[in-house]
Write a new protein. Structure first.
Ligand SMILES: N[C@@H](CCC(=O)N[C@@H](CS)C(=O)NCC(=O)O)C(=O)O
Length: 199
């Protein structure tokens, strides 16, 4: 299988991390968003939404949306709970990530790290801080009661949230305010076959 992505993107790194944890062999195809690689006709045929990460199976079928890719690749592994309610809890955190976390933390990081915090985007960057801290506080509350987001074991919910949380400082978020989140980051990094993000 082939994965199209950029290792510096948290959404793509989630997939890279999962493949490492589960020893999933794949070909990584680097895609440069800034150079317009996601807007070519060839790429748009694979993902009409023009975004990475993108998974392409050997038979040509394609899957986009990082959390859908994670759950597909982790099916049958210990990272996906068998219990229906726990599985729904994993998805609850993944929807939370996409709606209440990533749009604040990942976007603030993009403006600061990729664009160099230009004056024209400063107000938007600052407006992202409140929502990002709100999301971190929600995670902090859960992680004060369980080692991982859905109980005692690592699931794809943790990988989904870990992607941008562990580099939230690059978006201006001081994680020292969230000791349970910091302990969770440390716990994830101790997993066998953990790989870091190119920062
Ligand atoms: N909801 C999507 C978001 C994917 C996304 O925003 N990808 C960015 C890189 S992090 C991208 O491809 N941007 C290119 C563009 O929008 O043109 C996911 O979780 O996979």
């Amino acid at each position: 299988m082939r994965i199209y992505g950029d290792i510096q993107s948290g959404n793509c790194y989630k997939i890279k991390l999962l493949c490492s944890l589960l020893n999933i062999e794949h070909e990584w195809v680097h895609v440069d968003i800034m150079a317009g690689d996601t807007s070519t006709a060839e790429f748009l045929r694979k993902n009409p939404n023009g975004k990475i990460p993108l998974l392409e199976l050997e038979d040509g079928r394609c899957l986009s949306e990082s959390n859908a890719i994670l759950n597909y690749l982790a099916t049958g592994s210990e990272l996906i709970p068998l219990d229906g309610f726990k599985l729904a809890k994993v998805q609850q955190w993944q929807f939370f990530e996409q709606y209440s976390h990533e749009p604040y933390i990942a976007v603030a990081r993009f403006i600061a790290k990729y664009l160099g915090l230009p004056e024209s985007r400063r107000a938007e960057y600052e407006a992202k801080q409140l929502g990002g801290h709100k999301a971190l506080a929600v995670m902090e509350k859960q992680l004060s009661t369980s080692p991982y987001l859905v109980g005692d074991a690592l699931t794809t919910a943790d990988i989904s949230l870990y992607g941008y949380t562990h580099v939230a400082d690059e978006g201006g978020f001081d994680l020292s305010r969230y000791p349970f989140v910091l302990a969770w980051i440390d716990r994830i990094q101790k997993n066998k076959n953990y790989i870091g993000m190119a920062r």
